[in-house]
Ligand binder design. Structure first.
Ligand SMILES: [Zn+2]
Length: 372
């Protein structure tokens, strides 16, 4: 393992944030996997899993099991880790400007297209190598003006040429679920099975350029741009939601790290494909556009009728909102059959608050599909 420490651009004299970058295997070896934890810095179970991965990958490396290269960033947001406000940790939004740390990553597809347009040929593998080099150059050429954008640049530059990108997060109160591109359904379901995911949510463009899509979507956009020329979707990227914020457990972290390693074996990053058959999936993938947010129409105290992980049917009561002034109760019912994969953490609702999310199949939302 090679440890590298990278300083982020400082917003002011006398302050410094650093990223740790751990590299396993031979630099440049393929396939390359990139894994980071807690880009939303308050989603701390991810950092337990990256700690477990450090132990396990060091052992595998010592045993000569690394076929490709693995780059691990165990805590991907030192800026967010340092943010406190009124005694509460704030790791999702940059307190400087209110931006979500996992939105606004650069779309490098046009810059890469400009670089490779005269060089692409009829050999898909050669095209992949050309595009990877162009994407690396495009990431290096980004010129961030502040710490958070430098963080975005550096994370993207570390991951942009990987075959597999896994961005480890968690929800507030949730069961294991993940997000990936619609076109990569088979790999998303394989990852979901390895982790015991109860929802696998697919979209071609979820909105807002989160990290995983900044790594995977350029390939899809370049396919469209150069229609007729052979271009593979050479990067599988997923956002993995490791249950809820309170689910810090050594047992779960070890199990999740083992699940990720099983997936990496099946993707050829580690030697010796598992002899055991692939784990049985707990769910089939569903469209993110069909994921139903159960939204509060008014303020009130939230009393849930159902828990994360339960199957629900259209018309089921999900939660009551109790108005403390009048005592009136508003019962919220879902419109979809599916798995309720996440609930909010707070029990006070304001109008418009998302209280729960259901992985359904019948709705067809459009626009920005992710939570703010
Ligand atoms: Zn997150």
């Amino acid at each position: 393992m090679h440890l590298e420490t990278r300083a982020l651009l400082s917003n002011s004299p006398g302050t410094r944030h650093e990223l740790q970058v751990l590299r396993y295997g031979t630099p440049g070896a393929a396939p390359k996997a990139y894994i980071q934890g807690a880009l939303h810095a308050d989603e701390v179970p991810a950092m337990l899993v990256t700690r477990q991965l450090q132990h396990k990958l060091a052992l595998l490396e010592a045993q000569g099991q690394l076929r490709g290269e693995i780059v691990l960033v165990p805590f991907a947001n030192p800026i967010g880790l340092s943010q406190q406000m009124l005694g509460q940790h704030q790791g999702r939004f940059d307190l400087g400007d209110g931006r979500n740390f996992n939105r606004g990553f650069a779309d490098l597809s046009q810059a890469a297209a400009d670089t490779v347009q005269d060089a692409l040929g009829n050999d898909a593998a050669r095209n992949t190598a050309l595009i990877r080099a162009a994407l690396r150059s495009a990431a290096d050429a980004l010129a961030p003006a502040n710490s958070a954008d430098d963080l975005r640049k550096q994370l993207l530059a570390l991951a942009i040429d990987a075959d597999v990108v896994l961005d480890l997060h968690c929800d507030t109160d949730a069961v294991m679920h993940l997000y990936a591109l619609t076109e990569q359904r088979a790999m998303a379901e394989q990852l979901g099975a390895a982790l015991g995911a109860q929802a696998v949510l697919l979209a071609t463009d979820s909105g807002g350029w989160p990290f995983d899509e900044a790594c995977s979507r350029p390939w899809q956009l370049l396919q469209q741009h150069f229609a007729g020329r052979p271009i593979d979707l050479a990067c599988f990227a997923a956002t993995v939601e490791l249950r809820g914020e309170a689910d810090t457990s050594h047992v779960l972290a070890r199990r999740d790290a083992d699940g990720l390693i099983d997936f990496l074996r099946r993707r050829g990053v580690l030697a010796d494909a598992p002899a055991a058959p692939a784990p049985q999936p707990l769910c089939q993938a569903t469209p993110l556009a069909a994921s139903e947010p159960v939204t509060a129409p008014c303020a009130g105290v939230v009393v849930f009728h159902r828990s994360s992980g339960e199957r629900v049917s259209a018309g089921d009561a999900i939660a009551d909102l109790v108005d403390p002034a009048s005592g009136s109760i508003t019962t919220l019912r879902c419109r979809s059959d599916g798995v309720m994969y996440a609930r909010c953490g707070s029990r006070w609702a304001h109008p418009g608050k998302r209280l729960a999310k259901i992985a359904g199949t019948t709705l067809s939302r459009s626009g920005n599909l992710l939570s703010p």
